[in-house]
Design a protein around this ligand. Structure first.
Ligand SMILES: *Cc1c(COP(=O)(O)O)cnc(C)c1O
Length: 374
């Protein structure tokens, strides 16, 4: 079965096999490996080890974003969140439920966030300390630019919390050039092609010093985790998914062997192009113009044919060896296909053929959106 979803992704067999052993994460043999794994992740972000750490704990992406919001914003603090889609809404909910105030910035979700709009919103509200930005909005498939937005945030003397969950490892991130980034959050199971269970926040250490307790949650206190690292390399507070870490180390080896971030981005772009043209070739309509279609996830308009049912389609694809999401995050009905993970353009072409066959099986004759069956 191939997973064509934007996480958890299809992994290589070597990655899954690396898990098959019993280990104790606080064993002295394991600690240096844990510290080395974090250093490798810092390298991918070009984050200097003198100023930054890759703070890591067991959990999902939402946990990391909540931890970053809690750790860097005071209770009652204000965070501006451009409303670019479902994951930006989730960030706002995480902030509000943590007792911070999400200030929404209305946007056209199908276009990259305008740095000028962010600058204007910051100028209008001096109490906003942070901007919460989703790098690749997984709901729409649009990539937003943390570099140009970061420049205006830095000029305004404010900070960035970056949701890089579905971007990191494929889309470039140069933390050394962006000191306004307090935290860049990502997980083991998206573009780095590991298994789910680990979350990372690459953080500026100076910004966390002396803030332990600010989070109002011991579990999600990044300053407390960082203080643990200062007590010794590889000190881990609570039981982490150690086998997931082993799998992740193997995934990093494969990432390096492939050629790192540029090579991964090139493969995902090739996957996206194969899927986009393939879908058009069988009469389906991608949601976005190709110019704004990012390389991570693609939404495709659902046909309006009465024979269409998303779950029926998902089941028919599954019988053919492909799993896609059985939900969508777009205003118009769609289905979404992940272009990330251990997949090639050849896999995408196979998926297009399976889509064609599944639609025939369902009796969907009219594949265009907004068109009713004769
Ligand atoms: C997947 C994803 C998340 C959340 O990840 P979970 O591991 O499911 O909690 C957050 N933001 C973006 C942009 C994502 O794609």
């Amino acid at each position: 079965m191939l997973l064509l979803i934007p996480g958890p992704v299809t992994t290589r067999p070597e990655v899954r096999q690396a898990m098959a052993q019993d280990i104790a994460p606080w064993d002295n043999d394991f600690r240096p490996r844990y510290a080395a794994m974090r250093a490798r992740v810092l390298g991918i972000a070009n984050a200097p080890a003198e100023t930054h750490d890759a703070i890591c704990f067991g959990g999902c992406g939402h946990f990391g974003i909540e931890a970053a919001i809690r750790s860097f914003l005071p209770a009652g603090g204000r965070i501006l969140i451009p409303q670019v889609g479902a994951y930006a809404e989730r960030m706002a909910r995480l902030a509000n439920e943590a007792g911070r105030i999400a200030v929404p910035l209305a946007m056209d979700p199908d276009a990259p966030v305008s740095p000028q709009a962010v600058a204007a919103a910051l100028a209008a509200d001096p109490e906003i300390t942070h901007v919460g930005l989703v790098y690749n909005e997984t709901g729409t498939g649009v990539v937003h630019d943390p570099a140009s937005i970061g420049d205006v945030v830095r000029a305004a003397g404010r900070r960035v919390i970056l949701d890089a969950v579905s971007a990191f490892g494929a889309l470039p991130l140069d933390i050394s050039a962006h000191p306004e980034i307090d935290a860049a959050v990502f997980t083991s199971n998206k573009c780095l092609e590991g298994l789910p269970g680990l979350v990372f926040a690459i953080c500026r250490k100076d910004r966390l010093e002396g803030t332990a307790g600010n989070a109002g949650s011991w579990s999600f206190d990044l300053a407390d985790i960082l203080a643990g690292y200062a007590r010794g390399p590889g000190v881990i507070r609570f039981t982490p998914p150690a086998q997931v870490m082993l799998a992740f180390m193997t995934a990093l080896d494969l990432f390096d062997a492939e050629g790192g971030q540029p090579a991964r981005l090139a493969r995902y772009r090739a996957n996206t192009a194969a899927l986009y043209t393939g879908m058009q070739g069988i009469g389906m309509v991608p949601y976005l113009p190709f110019a704004v279609q990012g390389p991570i996830v693609m939404n495709i308009h659902a046909p309006t044919d009465p024979a269409w049912s998303l779950q029926g389609f998902v089941d028919a694809l599954k019988r053919r060896g492909y799993l896609i999401s059985n939900f969508y995050n777009t205003p118009q009905p769609s289905f979404r296909v992940g272009c990330i993970g251990a997949l090639t353009p050849e896999d995408m072409r196979g998926f297009v053929q399976a889509t064609d066959a599944a639609l025939v099986e369902l009796g969907v004759h009219h594949r265009l959106p907004g068109q009713t069956a004769a």
